[in-house]
Design a binder for this molecule. Structure first.
Ligand code: SF4
Length: 315
């Protein structure tokens, strides 16, 4: 996960603001989503409060929260709610992070077993302040979930563990089913969009995760609408295939506040289709490319398809 620049009231999903002079100010029809009101939504919210858990769904003001939470699918954000980086697209608070809560892994495991999901996604803020970047906390959380819900498959969406020697190995050794790390954007835009990260380092940890455990499924995601062009997206797809990444997600970037990076373009659904076709052409086992795709959107259904596709490819 990445940073945030504007602390928001916790627990309140707020509407996106894409209005900024000189940039796209109107969300097109294909971006509109329903307000988050349903019995399932409220039950998920109550459970998150009861176990004092942070979710990226709320902290990053995800537009899919109404749909996902109605189905009891939430992405838990561990290691606190404050990030040590300051990416220009991200709505999670930046600053001095919270003290590590040693009981968080058990609380996550308990909440997840109550949700009774077949597949769960765990992510975190960046913790550059910790010697291992939070890797052991990830591993403890994976182990606690395995113990509480042995049938549940686990997807981790991790930070880049930049300059944290041995951190990736700790996470992979805990045996998640899916290792996800988002590249977020094309390399040219890293200095402005993701200044604390390094494109080739992020690519490398995806390749390394698969080298460490070839049975892992690897996954990465991109946001479009930040000023990239098609050729750059195609190049990133080639880079990800060279790193043996299985699953690519591409979604529309939405500007969380006027202080964040502006939306340069709203990519049309037809263009997303063409990215998806291109991704399959380049050999990804799975590609999910739609305006509202987020890395954890429909992650459970997609994981089931991913497993089937690997099996079919090996026959
Ligand atoms: S897409 Fe992911 S982050 Fe957004 S609401 Fe769904 S589970 Fe949460």
């Amino acid at each position: 996960m990445q940073p945030l620049t504007t602390p928001r009231e916790k627990g309140k999903a707020q509407p996106y603001q894409v209005k900024q002079e000189g940039h796209k100010s109107q969300k097109p029809d294909w971006i509109r989503v329903k307000a988050p009101v349903s019995k399932g939504y409220n039950e998920t919210k109550d459970l998150m409060r009861k176990y004092k858990l942070n979710t990226v769904c709320e902290e990053a003001s995800c537009p899919n929260i109404g749909e996902c939470w109605a189905k009891k699918h939430a992405t838990i954000m561990i290691l606190g709610s404050v990030c040590t980086r300051a990416c220009r697209f991200c709505d999670i608070a930046t600053g001095m992070p919270d003290k590590l809560d040693p009981h968080e892994p058990e609380r996550v495991a308990e909440a997840m077993s109550q949700l009774g999901l077949a597949h769960i996604v765990i992510t975190s803020v960046d913790r550059d302040d910790l010697p291992d970047g939070g890797a052991e906390h990830f591993a403890k959380t994976i182990r606690a979930i395995r113990q509480a819900s042995p049938e549940t498959t686990i997807e981790v969406l991790t930070p880049d563990f930049l300059r944290k020697e041995g951190a990736l190995e700790v996470v992979v050794a805990a045996k998640p089913d899916v290792f996800n790390h988002n590249l977020e954007t094309v390399p040219r835009l890293y200095p402005t969009v993701r200044p604390g990260a390094r494109y080739f380092h992020s690519l490398r940890i995806l390749a390394q995760a698969k080298e460490l455990d070839p049975s892992l499924f690897t996954k990465s995601g991109l946001m479009v609408g930040l000023g990239e062009d098609r050729a750059e997206i195609h190049q990133v797809m080639d880079d990800l295939r060279a790193a043996d990444v299985d699953f690519l997600t591409i979604g529309q970037y939405l500007q969380p506040s006027p202080q964040h990076h502006p939306v340069i373009d709203f990519v049309t659904p037809q263009q997303f289709k063409s990215y998806e076709k291109m991704a399959y052409g380049k050999g990804f086992l799975m590609a999910s490319c739609t305006p509202l795709t987020r890395s954890s959107y429909h992650a459970g259904d997609d994981f089931a398809k991913l497993k089937e596709k690997r099996l079919a490819a090996s026959c």
